[in-house]
Design a protein around this ligand. Structure first.
Ligand SMILES: [Fe+2]
Ligand SMILES: [Fe+2]
Length: 155
C-alpha cells in the first residue's frame, strides 16, 4: 500500500502518523505476499496495532479539544476497527494471514482517511481559524482596555 497525496489532511502530525500506519500495512502486505514466517507476519500486525491505537488516541483527543460534533461516532468506528485488527492478530498465531485480510486493512484505511478523517480535519482547520480570530479580537480589546486605564490614570 503506497502513500498518496490524496491522503493528506493538512495537519502535519496527523499526516505523519497516517504515513507511518500506511507503511505498517505495506509491511504486512509484503510479508504475506512473500510468505514470510508466521511470527514475522504476527510481529508486523502487532506493530500496526500499536501505531493505530496511538493514532486513534491522538485523533480523539484533538476531536475533544476542537469540539468535533461526530466524536462519538468516529470513536466507535475506530474501536470497531481495533477489535477486527485484534481478531486478525490473534488468528495469525494459528493460521496464515491471507490476502483477504491484507485487502481488508488496505480498503478500511484508505476509506477511513478519505471520508471520516478528512471531515474532522476540515472542522479542526475552521475551528483553529475561528480561535485565532477570537484571540486577535480579545487581544485588541485588552490592549484598548489597557489604553483606557492608562489614559484614565493620566487624566
Ligand atoms: Fe486517522
Ligand atoms: Fe480516524
Amino acid at each position: 500500500m503506497d502513500w498518496k497525496n490524496a491522503y493528506c489532511v493538512g495537519i502535519h502530525e496527523i499526516d505523519v502518523q497516517h504515513k507511518t500506519v500506511t507503511g505498517c500495512i505495506s509491511r504486512i502486505e509484503q510479508a504475506v505476499a512473500s510468505r514470510e514466517r508466521w511470527s514475522d507476519v504476527n510481529a508486523a500486525l502487532v506493530s500496526l496495532s500499536t501505531h493505530v491505537h496511538n493514532h486513534f488516541i491522538l485523533e480523539e483527543s484533538l476531536m475533544r479539544i476542537h469540539d468535533f460534533p461526530q466524536l462519538q461516532e468516529h470513536a466507535n468506528v475506530h474501536w470497531e476497527f481495533l477489535a477486527q485488527l485484534r481478531t486478525l492478530q490473534e488468528q495469525s498465531l494459528t493460521n496464515n494471514v491471507l490476502t483477504d485480510g491484507v485487502k481488508f486493512l488496505q480498503e478500511w484505511w484508505d476509506a477511513h482517511i478519505q471520508t471520516h478523517d478528512k471531515s474532522y480535519a476540515l472542522h479542526f482547520l475552521k475551528h483553529m481559524a475561528l480561535v485565532e480570530t477570537l484571540t486577535l479580537a480579545a487581544s485588541a480589546t485588552l490592549q484598548n482596555a489597557g489604553r483606557c486605564t492608562v489614559s484614565a490614570l493620566q487624566e
